[in-house]
Ligand binder design. Structure first.
Ligand code: SF4
Length: 247
């Protein structure tokens, strides 16, 4: 079970954030480890940010937990990276899969590639393949760690280092909030961290194979996600929704 109520008062959370805002990423992850222990886990998309973040988390705690959502529609390169990461860090990745009955019913009713036929269909697919498994994964945690950065745009510009996640009744921790993409890239290269080879082929943001394309030079980093929808503000799948109070 996740937490039944916030562990910190609003004033305490504000104070924690003002301290961690000045701290290093390593300090933030040490705070996570000391505060939540194995009731915390990184929820990783295995993108570049998440790979950098797990490297630091693992150097603090060699048993740090690493979770991911396998939507069953990921690119082959992402499955290769799952295996490379396990080999490099000796980590047992905790995979969360969609409910196959729900997937079967969705496909029967709307087809395999329903997402190309309207936003409602796309949201349904993300709901079945991502949002529901995420809820299941987070229901056992007091804190989840993400690789979100403020300069990724959209609502992410307003994230705090530590946030109370009302939807999942636990804390969401964003240790890379202040990093730039260039810093992440440099850190990954310096530490020879395994990363998805699609990043070298123009994919800054990775997701399911049918819903992600490479971007052109100068395009927004999220432009390759659900590009056919044509709405630059609709680039979230429901996993990282910022609560109205934080907007
Ligand atoms: S990104 Fe595409 S394939 Fe993946 S869950 Fe969402 S709509 Fe479905």
């Amino acid at each position: 079970m996740a937490l039944t109520k916030p562990r910190f008062s609003e004033a305490e959370l504000t104070s924690i954030n003002s301290q961690l805002e000045q701290a290093t990423t390593r300090d933030v992850l040490e705070w996570v480890d000391q505060t939540f222990g194995d009731r915390a886990a990184q929820m990783s998309s295995f993108g570049l940010e998440d790979q950098a973040l797990f490297h630091i988390y693992w150097t603090i705690n060699a048993n740090a937990r690493l979770m991911t959502l396998d939507t069953l529609r990921l690119p082959t390169e992402t499955y290769t990276l799952f295996d490379q990461t396990k080999l490099r860090y000796g980590v047992e990745v905790e995979y969360f899969y969609p409910d196959l009955k729900a997937v079967g019913e969705m496909i029967k009713e709307r087809g395999n590639n329903l997402f190309y036929r309207g936003v409602a269909n796309r949201k349904m697919c993300c709901g079945v393949r991502k949002v529901e498994p995420l809820g299941r994964a987070l229901s056992e945690l007091d804190a989840w760690v993400t690789g979100l950065r403020r300069d990724q745009g959209m609502d992410r510009g307003s994230i705090d280092i530590v946030e109370w996640d009302d939807a999942h009744s636990n804390y969401k921790v964003n240790p890379l909030a202040n990093w730039s993409f260039e810093q992440v890239r440099e850190f990954v290269d310096e530490n020879e961290i395994p990363y998805n080879e699609l990043h070298d082929r123009g994919y800054p943001s990775l997701g399911c194979a049918p819903c992600t394309r490479a971007i052109e030079h100068g395009e927004d980093i999220r432009a390759g996600r659900w590009w056919w929808e044509g709405d630059p503000d609709a680039k979230e799948c429901g996993i990282h929704i910022v609560a109205p109070a934080q907007r």
